[in-house]
Write a protein of this length. Structure first.
Length: 317
């Protein structure tokens, strides 16, 4: 693999988001995009001036063409993406609710993305960080094997590993998620999670207790997202730092956590303090909610730097 800062692996789907709020059965106009937690993060990192590769599988169909073209257009390396002849690219429909919330319906059972396997994982000797989510191992046993293989190769290469549990109740029950994710934690240097995911993994969501549990399992950089209020940053030792949310008017929330992760990891790659990484994450996550797509609202480097300096962001073009 060519020298890349970040490698991530998972499923990317075609996303169809209803233009107007209301029940999906009444929607007749949709905004088309692509989305997946891992590719959302890769796009976010590329927009911030970092290099990232997405490893995954798409169908040998027009939707697979769309996904690969979109990721390439955003600067993501898709050299190790695979086309699957006998399985379709997954679909995701978003139903918009009043107040900016959304309901999501997946059409991904038996998708090409679920065919990801350990054979698809490239050599990671030249990457700095491997990013994982809890979505990928929930898709199939072969996807779970790919995650385990990636962890082993990243450890051998001396790369950092970051994990966002990104729990999806539609994919697996809490007990299965806990059983699969807890064994990964000792290999993870970075843990990025919400309070619900902290409760799932550790049985508690109080910030200091979460940090204590995560540190005991090896994490050296911890971000605990607390919804729209803000997030906590914890380094390898010492007290946490509270970072308030960046104010925006949200349009649709999907992808905010992925954009947060991209901002945090960008700061980590740049050698910034954990609290500064969380601040970068909060800005990226907030801006991601200002567009209908999962990643279209995420900032470029110039916009993020203006906001870090206390200015205002110009709209992306």
């Amino acid at each position: 693999m060519a020298a890349l800062e970040v490698v991530t692996l998972g499923e990317t789907m075609v996303v169809l988001c209803a233009e107007q709020p209301g029940p999906l059965r009444h929607a007749d106009r949709f905004v088309r995009s692509v989305g997946g937690a891992e590719s959302n993060l890769a796009i976010g990192l590329c927009r911030l001036g970092h290099s990232a590769a997405w490893v995954g599988a798409v169908g040998a169909d027009p939707f697979g063409d769309l996904i690969l073209a979109t990721l390439r257009g955003e600067g993501v390396d898709v050299t190790h993406a695979r086309r699957v002849e006998d399985a379709p690219t997954g679909l995701l429909f978003k139903e918009r609710h009043a107040g900016g919330d959304s309901g999501i319906r997946y059409y991904r059972a038996g998708s090409a993305g679920s065919r990801l396997s350990a054979r698809d994982v490239p050599d990671l000797g030249r990457c700095r960080l491997l990013h994982l989510t809890g979505i990928t191992p929930a898709l199939s046993e072969s996807c779970a094997a790919a995650v385990r293989a990636a962890v082993g190769r990243a450890r051998e290469a001396g790369a950092l590993i970051s994990l966002d549990p990104n729990y999806r109740a539609r994919l697996w029950p809490p007990e299965a998620a806990r059983a699969a994710l807890l064994p990964l934690l000792p290999a993870c240097d970075v843990l990025l999670l919400g309070q619900g995911e902290a409760d799932l993994l550790f049985g508690q969501a109080e910030p200091e207790a979460v940090a204590r549990e995560a540190r005991a399992r090896g994490a050296r950089h911890i971000a605990l997202r607390c919804g729209a209020a803000g997030a906590w940053a914890f380094a390898a030792e010492g007290p946490g730092t509270w970072v308030p949310a960046h104010p925006v008017t949200p349009v649709e929330p999907t992808g905010a956590g992925d954009a947060f992760d991209a901002g945090f990891i960008a700061g980590l790659l740049e050698g910034r303090a954990d609290a500064d990484c969380v601040r970068m994450g909060m800005i990226c996550g907030a801006l991601a909610t200002t567009a209908l797509g999962d990643w279209e609202g995420t900032p470029d480097r110039a916009a993020l730097d203006r906001l870090l300096a206390g200015g205002t962001a110009a709209p992306l073009r």
